[in-house]
Write a protein that binds this ligand. Structure first.
Ligand code: HEC
Length: 133
């Protein structure tokens, strides 16, 4: 019953799939994502590139049904915000032999894109949940 109410509320208010975080921060990141990434990527499905859901905190090359380059698959990179920033500024410098030849030269655009990717990552649980013993 509760679920039905939630679904109803979503359909009434128009659900855009954006969770948590400040929407004012996410809107520009989403617009950048749509203009620069969507032609090869989607959040929920594999396209030319792997799906991006939960990418923040994920190991590079770890979407099971996507065929990665050997270079990306064998890298030991974990997609923290810092690694994503390095990847987007110059993928080939971070992982030589990778197959995504796209560079985002503006640091501000990278920051907005990463904030958006983070908002699509449900696996990043708040520190309070993981650091308590
Ligand atoms: C021209 C197509 C193309 C565009 C545009 C593109 N990508 Fe990619 N992306 C790829 C491919 C292909 C791979 C896999 C590379 C490999 O296997 O070496 C990839 C991999 C990635 C990965 C690693 C994911 C993982 O599972 O390890 C991230 C993160 C990523 N892309 C982010 C982005 C972002 C953010 C944008 C927009 C700024 C973007 N990409 C634009 C093709 C693209």
């Amino acid at each position: 019953m509760k679920i039905a109410m939630a679904l109803l509320a979503c359909s009434l208010t128009g659900w855009h799939g954006v969770t948590q975080a400040n929407p004012d921060e996410l809107a520009p990141g989403q617009a950048l994502y749509e203009s620069k990434c969507l032609k090869c990527h989607s959040v929920s499905t594999n396209e030319v590139g792997p799906r991006h859901q939960n990418v923040v905190g994920r190991r590079a090359g770890s979407v099971p049904d996507f065929v990665y380059s050997t270079a990306l698959k064998q890298s030991k990179v974990v997609w923290t915000e810092e690694m994503l920033d390095r990847w987007l500024s110059n993928p080939e410098a971070l992982i030589p032999g990778q197959e995504m030849d796209v560079r985002v030269r503006s640091a501000e655009e990278r920051r907005l894109l990463i904030a958006y990717l983070k908002s699509q990552s449900t696996s990043t649980s708040p520190p309070s949940l993981t650091s308590k013993h």
